[in-house]
Design a protein around this ligand. Structure first.
Ligand SMILES: [Zn+2]
Length: 470
């Protein structure tokens, strides 16, 4: 170990998913090099961060963001998206493939990596796309370093149709061979297109028409069917933005039959309810929709986050311009809103400080869960010797109010506008560099692509794959 390190974080309360201890941490060359009782490191440091009175968490990973670049930079780009991330205490993001061009080939993975590494303040994993014509590109995308794959089963932003069932099964076999995981946007398209037509014919344009057109059944049916395919092909799967208790119950059914399924949910599904659209209106339009509070979905998903049935918190950060978003006709108000900057504060407020979950449970959902799901653990999501020196430092007593105009996304119409918070990230450290401190951007854009451990283990030092490629 070096006698002088780059950064020491001292006097804080370190919280991991299984322990809460007073400890000092030393980071050098981007990694944790020492962990000791307070005052016991015995090392000099180029920089010290005094975390007295604060909680020091493994860097928060947002497992689902749309930073829109390349191609949709009028909504967001890597600089603005990653700035919002570090103000939200996020150190790593997992970026979705519905950009322009789509992330459906190794060349487009490389394009996104290059653009992101020029501008990003946070590290990132890239997700590759499964569509009808991308099956031959799945293994090459794995070799290019994607952390997993995504398939859109229902109509959503960018209209990326699912492959037919035969091609789906071919694609899942290819993905199984890579050892990576595929996530699904799980909504049955035929059920919801039918209901959307009926509601439009009935003249409905109110926000709840959107909720009524995409019932939990559409989500459950998709999970049910993909669970069957995953079992048949031996593929690890994930469910993006889980919204319903019915969906989680179906995931548990497949787990009981041996399928490796992870899933995520977000603050909007847990703490908001469809009835809130009476006040916040189209701002809360999301796919799948926020469910009715009376049905208890949010409380059920929070229980799932606490006991680990829900693998992680992810925001589905999806910025759009105010013109795209704010339309009194719900069918014309585009789905999605930014979330990467508000999620940690929201869970600290309504989860931890409300006494509804512990900080350790939150860490499991914001760090361990996404890192393990997307094959980044323990490089990411852990405070261990040798892990990347990523930290999210929070002040449980810091109060604030979320305002559209205070957010750092390029477009920032949020359904959380006006909501009070207690508990906030006060510093974000990415591989030993303090990037955000006390609401100031103080670091450089030095984000790097994170490659999955599966690929690293599969690839010999010469670059030659060592597993069978039959
Ligand atoms: Zn999304």
């Amino acid at each position: 170990m070096p006698q002088s390190v780059d950064l020491i974080v001292k006097n804080g309360t370190v919280v991991t998913s299984d322990a809460t201890i007073a400890a000092d941490l030393a980071i050098s060359d981007g990694r944790f090099v020492a962990i000791a009782a307070p005052g016991q490191l015995g090392l000099a440091a180029a920089e010290e961060f005094d975390a007295t009175g604060l909680h020091v968490l493994p860097g928060v990973i947002d497992g689902h963001v749309h930073f829109r670049e390349p191609g949709l930079e009028y909504k967001e780009d890597w600089r603005t998206g990653s700035t919002a991330a570090v103000f939200g205490g996020v150190t790593t993001v997992v970026e979705m493939p519905n950009t322009k061009p789509k992330t459906d080939s190794p060349e487009n993975v490389e394009l996104k990596r290059r653009l992101a590494e020029e501008k990003s303040y946070v590290d990132f994993g890239i997700i590759g796309l499964l569509v009808q014509d991308s099956v031959p590109a799945l293994r090459p995308m794995a070799d290019a370093g994607v952390v997993g794959f995504k398939c859109f089963l229902g109509e959503t932003i960018g209209n990326i149709p699912a492959p037919d069932d035969g091609m789906m099964i071919d694609g899942l076999r290819e993905i199984a061979a890579t050892g990576l995981r595929i996530g699904f946007h799980a909504e049955n398209n035929e059920i919801m297109q039918h209901l959307i037509r009926q509601m439009k014919e009935a003249g409905r344009t109110d926000p709840l028409a959107h909720v009524d057109s995409r019932p939990p059944l559409a989500e459950v049916e998709s999970i049910q069917r993909m669970g069957l395919y995953a079992r048949h092909t031996g593929t690890k799967m994930h469910i993006f933005h889980l919204s319903s208790r019915d969906g989680l119950d179906m995931i548990e059914e497949w787990r009981a039959r041996g399928v490796d399924i992870t899933c995520e949910t977000g603050a909007h599904y847990v703490f908001k309810k469809a009835e809130d659209m009476a006040t916040v209106g189209v701002r809360l339009r999301m796919n799948p929709p926020i469910r009715y509070g009376a049905d208890g979905h949010g409380d059920y998903l929070l229980e799932g986050l606490k006991d680990g049935r829900v693998s992680m918190i992810a925001t589905d950060h999806s910025p759009h311009t105010a013109e795209e978003k704010l339309n009194d006709d719900i069918w014309k108000a585009i789905s999605g809103f930014p979330g990467v900057e508000t999620s940690v504060a929201y869970f600290l407020t309504h989860g931890v400080n409300a006494g509804r979950m512990t900080l350790q449970q939150l860490v499991r959902a914001t760090s361990d869960g996404p890192a393990r799901t997307w094959d980044m653990w323990p490089q990411k999501g852990a405070i261990r010797i040798g892990s990347d020196g990523d930290l999210t430092i929070v002040d449980l007593n810091k109060e604030g109010v979320i305002r559209d105009d205070d957010l750092h996304s390029k477009n920032h119409v949020t359904p959380f506008d006006g909501d009070r918070t207690k508990g906030a990230p006060v510093a974000t450290i990415v591989r030993g560099q303090i990037v955000m401190r006390e609401g100031e951007l103080v670091g450089q854009a030095a984000g790097r692509m994170v490659r999955p451990r599966t690929t690293l283990l599969r690839t010999a030092p010469t670059g030659e794959p060592v597993t069978s490629r039959s």
